[in-house]
Design a binder for this molecule. Structure first.
Ligand SMILES: Cc1cc2nc3c(=O)[nH]c(=O)nc-3n(C[C@H](O)[C@H](O)[C@H](O)COP(=O)(O)OP(=O)(O)OC[C@H]3O[C@@H](n4cnc5c(N)ncnc54)[C@H](O)[C@@H]3O)c2cc1C
Length: 411
C-alpha cells in the first residue's frame, strides 16, 4: 500500500519549510508537522546573513523578505569584555545586497505560507510524539492531533539537539548527557525587542562577558505576535525596533534571577554595550529557549534524515543558524531529488548528503566556537583585540570563515 505522503517533515522552521517547499515544487507529496501555531515568536538574533539570500531567491520569497525586513546591515562591531571595540565591514552578495534582520514571527510565517503555496500539506498544530519504521518500508508518524500518518521518508527538522523521537530506547540512554555535563556545556537563549538604542541602523553589535554573549541590531519595525497586530500597526510611525538576543552558559544563568538580571551582569563587564543601551526601553516580553549545545549532531540515523539545528547547531553569536537551516534544508532536498531520480537507496543518498553537509558547514561551526570563546574570555579577548588591531585583515578573514563572505555563499 502506498504511504500517505512521499516525505514527512517534522518541524516547520526555516530548515523544514525550505526542504518541504523544494520537494513539493518537484512534484513530491510532502507533509509538514508543526506543533506551534504561526505566527509565533522565537528566540533569535534575527540577523539573516547574505548566505540565506540565494535560498530565499530560489524559494521565490526574496522580494517579500526585502519588503518587510529591517535596513541593510553593513558593519559589525565586536565588543569583547575588556571595553575595546573591533569593527569591520560585512561583505555584500554578488548583487550588492547586504544582510538584514526580520523578526522570527514574520520570517517563519513567510516561509510556512510559501511551503503551503508550493503544495505542501501542513498539519498545524500537530505535535509528533513518535515515529516508527514500518516493516514494508517507510515510517508511521504518530501525532496526538492527527493520529497515525505514513510516509516513505522522514526529514527531522525539529530544531532539537537531542531529537529522540525515533530512537530505540537503548540509543536514548546513550545520548542523554549527565545533569552536570549538560549544565557545563549547554547554553540558555533569551531575546526581547527594545526601543531607543544608540547605534547606527547599519551596524550589528556583538558583545561578550564571562560565559555570556549578546547580539543587538535594528530589526524590522512590525514585530508583533499575531497577524492582526501586524495588520493593525501597518503604517503607524513608530520608533525603530532593536532585537537583543543573548546566550549564557547554563551554570552562569543559574546564578541569576532572570534575563533582566543577566543583562545587568553583562553590562557590568561590557561598558560599550551598556553605553549603547543606556536609554533603551524593552518593548516585548523576554522569550527564552534552551538548553542549546552547539556542534554537529546526526545527519542520518535509523533511516531518518536530519536538517537545520537537528543536524548541527552553530553558536548563536555568528548569526548563521537560519542560513545553515535554509541551506541544509535545500541541500537535503537536492540530494533527495537527485537520488530518487537515479533510483538510489536511502543509504547512498545519506552518504552524499553527509559528505556535502560536512564540506559546506563544518568550518562555520568551528568559527562559531572560536568567536564565542574569544568574546567570553577576558584574556582571549585581549589577545584577539591586539591581533585584530595589528592585522585588521585577520578580522575580515574570521568573518569570511564564519560564512559571511560572498565567496562562500555563491548560489
Ligand atoms: C540566542 C539565539 C540567537 C540566535 N541568533 C541568530 C541570528 O541572529 N541569526 C541566525 O541566522 N540564527 C540565529 N540563531 C539560530 C537560529 O534561531 C536557529 O539556528 C534556527 O531557528 C534553526 O532553524 P531550524 O529550522 O533548524 O529549527 P527551528 O527554527 O527551531 O524550527 C523547528 C520547528 O520544529 C517544531 N517542532 C519541534 N518539535 C516538534 C515536534 N515534536 N512535532 C512537531 N513540530 C515540532 C518547532 O515548533 C519549530 O517551529 C539564534 C539562536 C539563539 C538561541
Amino acid at each position: 500500500m502506498n504511504p500517505d505522503f512521499d516525505i514527512a517533515v517534522i518541524g516547520g522552521g526555516p530548515a523544514g519549510t525550505t526542504a518541504a517547499a523544494i520537494l513539493a515544487a518537484d512534484g513530491r507529496k510532502v507533509a509538514i508537522f508543526e506543533h506551534r501555531v504561526f505566527p509565533r515568536q522565537k528566540v533569535c538574533g534575527e540577523f539573516v546573513s547574505i548566505g540565506a539570500r540565494p535560498v530565499l531567491r530560489q524559494l521565490g520569497v526574496l522580494a517579500k523578505f526585502d519588503a518587510v525586513a529591517g535596513p541593510e546591515i553593513r558593519r559589525m562591531a565586536a565588543l569583547p569584555q575588556n571595553g575595546r571595540i573591533l569593527e569591520c565591514t560585512l561583505p555584500a552578495d554578488a548583487h550588492g545586497c547586504h544582510a538584514r534582520a526580520l523578526c522570527r514571527a514574520r520570517f517563519d510565517n513567510l516561509l510556512m505560507q510559501n511551503a503551503k503555496s508550493s503544495g505542501v500539506t501542513v498539519f498545524q498544530p500537530a505535535h509528533v510524539d513518535r515515529i516508527e519504521p514500518v516493516a514494508t518500508g517507510g515510517f508511521s508518524i504518530f501525532s496526538r492531533q492527527c493520529g497515525e500518518i505514513s510516509a516513505g521518508k522522514v526529514i527531522m527538522a525539529d530544531g532539537k539537539a537531542n531529537s529522540s523521537l525515533a530512537l530505540p530506547a537503548v540509543d536514548k540512554i546513550k545520548t542523554a548527557a549527565s545533569g552536570h555535563e549538560l549544565l557545563n556545556t549547554s547554553y540558555l537563549g533569551y531575546k526581547a525587542h527594545f526601543r531607543d538604542c544608540d547605534m547606527p541602523d547599519d551596524l550589528t553589535v556583538i558583545a561578550g562577558g564571562p560565559e555570556i554573549y549578546a547580539g543587538l541590531l535594528r530589526t524590522s519595525d512590525l514585530c508583533h505576535d499575531t497577524n492582526e497586530q501586524i495588520a493593525g500597526n501597518r503604517g503607524k510611525a513608530e520608533a525603530p525596533t532593536y532585537n537583543m538576543a543573548f546566550a549564557v552558559r547554563q551554570l552562569q544563568a543559574a546564578e541569576h534571577s532572570g534575563p533582566d538580571d543577566l543583562l545587568a551582569y553583562l553590562f557590568k563587564f561590557n561598558p560599550g554595550l551598556k553605553r549603547i543601551m543606556r536609554r533603551a526601553r524593552r518593548e516585548s516580553a523576554w522569550f527564552a529557549c534552551g538548553p542549546m549545545r552547539p556542534g554537529v549532531r546526526r545527519l542520518y540515523a535509523n533511516g531518518l534524515f536530519y536538517a537545520g539545528n537537528a543536524a548541527g547547531e552553530v553558536h548563536a553569536l555568528v548569526g548563521e543558524g537560519m542560513t545553515l537551516a535554509l541551506r541544509s534544508g535545500r541541500l537535503l532536498a537536492g540530494e533527495f531529488m537527485a537520488g530518487m531520480a537515479a533510483g538510489k537507496g536511502d543509504a547512498e543518498i545519506a552518504k552524499n548528503y553527509q559528505s556535502a553537509w560536512r564540506t559546506e558547514f563544518t568550518g562555520r561551526l568551528d568559527a562559531g566556537n572560536l568567536f564565542s570563546n574569544l568574546l567570553m574570555r577576558p584574556m582571549a579577548g585581549n589577545i584577539a583585540a591586539d591581533a585584530f588591531n595589528c592585522f585588521p585583515e585577520l578580522l575580515h578573514a574570521a568573518v569570511r570563515f564564519s560564512g559571511k563572505a560572498a565567496s562562500r555563499q555563491a548560489g
